[in-house]
Design a protein around this ligand. Sequence first.
Ligand code: SAH
Length: 357
Amino acid sequence: MKAIIQDLDYRQISALAADMGQPAFRAKQLYEGITQGKDISQISTLPETFRQRLLNEFEDCALRIEKVFAGADGTKKFLFSLADGNVIEGVLMSYKYGNTQCVSTQVGCRMGCKFCASTLGGLVRNLTPGEILSQILKVNALCGGTREKRAVTNVVLMGSGEPFDNYDNVVAFLKNLTCAEGLNVSPRNISLSTCGLADRMYDFAKEGIPLNLTVSLHATADAERARTMPVANKWKISQILQACDNYFKVTGRRFIFEYSLIAGENCDERHAGELIKLLKGRPCHVNLIRLNEVKERSLKAADEKNAYRFLGMLQKGGLSATLRRQIGADIGGACGQLRASYLKMNGEDGAPGSPPG
Ligand code: SAH
């Protein structure tokens, strides 16, 4: 695999063009072409000789949209293929105020959460900054968006992978995504979801990217959390909450907790009481979602009645909370489902060391 030009930021592109003996306006044209989601060979504003020189060093494109699945509710699910043949997935959800794209940060994941399809085959590799960015560049272009009038208005890092397990690449991607010469997406329109790597949450608070920090909680006590999330053996809920408080202190941004409702596991009256005790008074919001059942996993979703009951208890207890509708359920909307079924179809599942399904 050659290098990926989308890994470079505007300054690095300028240095590259200068190194190749090109005037400054060529760097601008190159970066513009990249931002428009074009492959190097498609940037027709550049002279053929310059494009050829670039193609000696760089992949023509970081990834291709291999398949698009359209859901009945307007959700689109994408399967991307990378230059080395790996596949990843993403979703575009449409709302009244715009379109939110969910991107992957790793091929697979090594966090091992019991309810999640992304981690079934373990971690294959980290995505580079340009591979993460290209998911957005390609979908924006496909949906008729431009740099000025984006089809992708919001971005969430909630696809396959743990963003803070690929920290440097994710930060480089975010800097490129938010840069004025590029897509110029405001950090306010970006959410990053972590399973709670507390040390990285402190690091991230210092990066100067005040996005919406989201933490996957899914339990109210460490021992219970460890049943579905092995990461709980490393970081305690109390440590995670301290890291959240620090994030608010440094950035002024309130934080969000994801809480997937799993039948018989985390959503009875006791859990509601404990959650209220943990979070009351903190500048946060709780996003409830009924578990998206993954066929390789035995965990079941809480029924709708129970979900609303749990929501009511939290709200009565003074928490800001909402129950998200399950989107794209008909097209395998949950993390990693599409990639998992693609690998299965192609006989590539069951990587060595993968946890039992
Ligand atoms: N690794 C990150 C981000 C990826 S997952 C994290 O753990 O936060 C995005 C969210 O979807 C997380 O809250 C994750 O716990 C949740 N999730 C994964 N599989 C799910 C499923 N089958 N049903 C409901 N939520 C799920």
